[in-house]
Design a protein around this ligand. Structure first.
Ligand code: PEP
Ligand code: MN
Length: 353
């Protein structure tokens, strides 16, 4: 069982819940988030029901949950959630009514390259910019990203284009600096089970995009999301990015069926990464069409003004000639599944030069 405290519940109201649970022989785990406090109960459910905790001052609701993940489950929240990315006047929804295209370079390399990639992203209909400043690379000898200098470039390009920014966090030590610049923090496949990082993101006050571990089950992935939620941050977007299988023709195998499976179990939005899953440019358009058709809430796509010189993942990046057709297909297919392409609210993004 989970006790959700009302916004503004006082310490003594929280203490009263914990004291009742203790007195009933149970254990209470208090998670204080930016928005609200959540108390997870472990022990005899029948004794907790007798306590009528929902009637105590400061309690918003009590929730009985049968799945191992609780706050991210649809038992807790039957309606599918929408996560808003960005700040006032520049907010983009990711949720059940829209289809959100996120696009940008795999890695931030220079200001010119990032702005050019952001313009390509807009040509693809994207309303959120991606770009890695901290790159988790398989080889320690590969380009590791520009760090804070890369975050500054992303902020400049956001100011120029009006696009909110998602960028990866690889180390808890960098949370303050990344959260200062980013509108949404990305946890990559290699860090999905970095529980210390996930817990720290529970109090970051910004949305988190949680990629699926390449060797993780859907249940492990939802439990990873629970780590973030349990610390008070329910602004989580899941991202299916392919899993390891015996198939070697593609980098990883996109698990399209994860989308409806997750949607049956969790209220969180879920998007697809058709670039990192296949690792091949020629697969990005077909997998993007599959993403819309299967009911995903969006995609995150690599684009680059000159993939031959890209410092990271050039072979999967879309470039100028690939964009208009795919944007049109996404718009047509979105309408066919009852969604509209997500826009930046408050004002339209700045037009092409
Ligand atoms: C990325 O999106 O830049 C990335 C490294 O993706 P993944 O964690 O899915 O490999
Ligand atoms: Mn990449």
């Amino acid at each position: 069982m989970v006790v959700v405290m009302a916004a503004g519940a006082t310490d003594s109201e929280i203490d009263a819940v914990v004291a009742s649970v203790d007195a009933a022989g149970g254990e209470a785990f208090v998670s204080r988030g930016e928005q609200r406090t959540i108390i997870g109960l472990v022990g005899d459910i029948d004794r907790f029901l007798d306590l009528n905790l929902g009637g105590l001052p400061g309690v918003s609701e009590t929730v009985r949950i049968s799945t191992p993940f609780k706050l991210v489950s649809r038992d807790h929240h039957p309606a599918r959630s929408t996560v808003w990315v960005g700040t006032a006047g520049h907010r983009v929804p990711i949720g059940p009514d829209t289809f959100t295209t996120i696009a940008g370079p795999c890695a931030v390399e220079t200001a010119e390259q990032t702005l050019a990639a952001a313009r390509l992203a807009q040509d693809l209909g994207a309303t959120i910019l991606r770009g890695g400043a901290y790159k988790p690379r398989t080889s320690p000898y590969a380009f590791q990203g520009l760090g804070e200098a890369g975050l500054r470039i992303l902020a400049e390009v956001r100011a120029e284009t009006g696009l909110p920014v998602v960028t990866e966090i690889v180390d808890s030590a960098d949370i303050d600096v990344v959260a200062r610049y980013a509108d949404m923090l990305q946890v990559g496949t290699r860090n999905m089970a970095n529980f210390g990082l996930l817990q720290a993101l529970g109090s970051v006050g910004k949305p988190v995009m949680l990629k699926r571990g390449m060797s993780s089950t859907i249940e492990e992935w939802l439990m990873a999301a629970e780590y973030i939620a349990q610390r008070g941050n329910l602004e989580i977007v899941l991202c299916e990015r392919g899993i390891r299988t015996f198939e070697s023709a593609t980098r990883n195998t996109l698990d399209v069926s994860a989308v409806p499976v997750v949607q049956a179990q969790s209220h969180l939005p879920i998007i697809i990464d058709p670039s990192h899953s296949g690792g091949r440019r020629d697969l990005v358009a077909p997998l993007t069409r599959a993403a819309v058709a299967v009911g995903a809430d969006g995609v995150i796509i690599d684009v680059h003004p000159d993939p031959r010189t890209a410092l990271c993942d050039g072979p999967q990046a879309l470039t100028a000639p690939d964009l208009a057709d795919l944007a049109a297909q996404v718009a047509t297919l979105s309408a066919a599944v009852g969604r509209t392409p997500a826009q930046v609210s408050g004002r339209t993004t700045s037009p092409r030069r």
